[in-house]
Ligand binder design. Structure first.
Ligand SMILES: Cc1cc2nc3c(=O)[nH]c(=O)nc-3n(C[C@H](O)[C@H](O)[C@H](O)COP(=O)(O)O)c2cc1C
Length: 347
């Protein structure tokens, strides 16, 4: 059904198409897609000690305002991350700000954390109990004079409704946000969050989401900070700032973060670098260009314990989790394993 609709949907501006997708999910207008092959032991694992039906998650940015996470669980996603949410509502950058690069199976976005603000989103989540594992991704407001306080405020707001909190330091569309990759700055941020976590007596697991545009020296320093702050998870990675010369679509030089197929190999390589250093001490959520069983399989081989996707759903449609599970199952059966966790890091 999606393949018939795709050419019509792709005639719309990408942000309009996205808003339509959110509305369709909200009002249950995607009746033909329901999770298949539920409870297959091949895909079972745990995330933060909670049982997970499968390791395929929806990445942040799709459900920015926590409107459709329960519909996403029904499509089969094993976990869903909403946000990025900032303390106060913000419009984001001027439109157009999302570009669809069809030939490259990629998107470029410079949305700039458009969201309704933490209070609004908190009320919505409280009135709509999650039926699966829900991550909440937080970040600072664009004009904030104290970004550290913004992270802290959001952390306090969401720590008792989320199943995990992601500290997003890697959006390319909020100026200077990526400076939190600096060792001292990151340490200060994570330390502050951890102190608050202790004060509140909270056990909420924390994930840090990193940029794909970092070198081995930076990876080493970041892992040191993550380890010394007992961070539970690292998400590798956000969208990329990298050069676009090899892309085909005419819009390839639009300013913003590149996602989808062109960043797949880069993110997989980065996952492997993190894996080699961390050696299982911090779990990895692999993200970037996942859109098939094979692409998920490669992320696991590189060392990811879970995967997330966003752009793949734009190009492959709402049945994507079923499709990935079907292909992944074939690959795992060929390997003779009983559960996907057996192949993690076997690159
Ligand atoms: C339109 C769009 C908006 C996004 N917004 C966010 C966001 O608000 N916060 C965030 O951490 N990542 C955001 N991302 C990044 C994705 O979560 C993901 O890390 C990245 O797109 C790579 O995965 P993919 O290739 O499967 O899309 C966004 C991505 C896209 C395409």
């Amino acid at each position: 059904m999606f393949s018939n609709l795709r050419s019509l949907i792709f005639k719309l501006d990408p942000e309009t198409a996205h808003n339509l997708a959110i509305k369709s999910l909200k009002f249950n207008l995607i009746p033909n897609v329901l999770e298949k092959d539920r409870n297959n032991p091949l895909f079972k694992s745990k995330l933060f000690n909670i049982d997970l039906e499968n390791p395929i998650g929806m990445a942040a940015g799709f459900d920015k305002n926590a409107e459709v996470y329960n519909s996403l669980f029904k499509l089969g996603f094993g976990f869903v991350e909403v946000g990025t949410i900032t303390p106060f509502r913000q419009y984001g950058n001027p439109k157009p700000r999302v570009f669809r690069l069809v030939e490259d199976e990629a998107l470029i976005n410079r949305l700039g954390f458009n969201n309704l603000g933490s209070k609004n989103v908190l009320d919505r989540i409280k009135s709509n109990k999650q039926i699966g594992l829900l991550g909440i991704n937080i970040g600072p407001n664009k004009d904030s004079v104290n970004r550290l306080k913004d992270y802290l405020d959001c952390f306090k707001t969401f720590q008792d409704v989320a199943d995990y909190i992601t500290i997003n330091i890697s959006s390319p569309n909020t100026e200077d946000l990526r400076s939190f990759h600096d060792q001292t700055k990151l340490n200060e941020l994570l330390n502050t969050i951890n102190k608050e976590k202790q004060n509140l007596g909270s056990k909420i697991p924390i994930a840090v989401k990193v940029s794909p545009d970092i070198n081995n020296r930076e990876i080493k320093k970041i892992t040191e900070v993550l380890l010394s702050n007992s961070i539970e998870f690292v998400i590798v990675s956000n969208s990329s700032d990298s050069t676009r010369d090899s892309l085909n679509n005419i819009q390839k030089y639009q300013k913003g973060g590149l996602s989808g197929k062109p960043i797949e190999a880069k993110s997989t390589k980065l996952i492997n670098e993190f894996y080699k250093i961390l050696d299982g001490r911090i779990k990895i959520i692999g993200c970037g260009g996942v859109d098939s069983g094979k692409s998920a399989y490669e992320k696991f081989l590189a060392g990811a314990n879970y995967v997330q996707l966003y752009t793949g759903m734009v190009f492959k449609g709402p049945n994507i989790v079923n499709m990935i599970k079907k292909e992944l199952k074939e690959l795992l059966i060929k390997d003779g394993v009983k559960n996907f966790t057996e192949i993690i890091g076997n690159k």
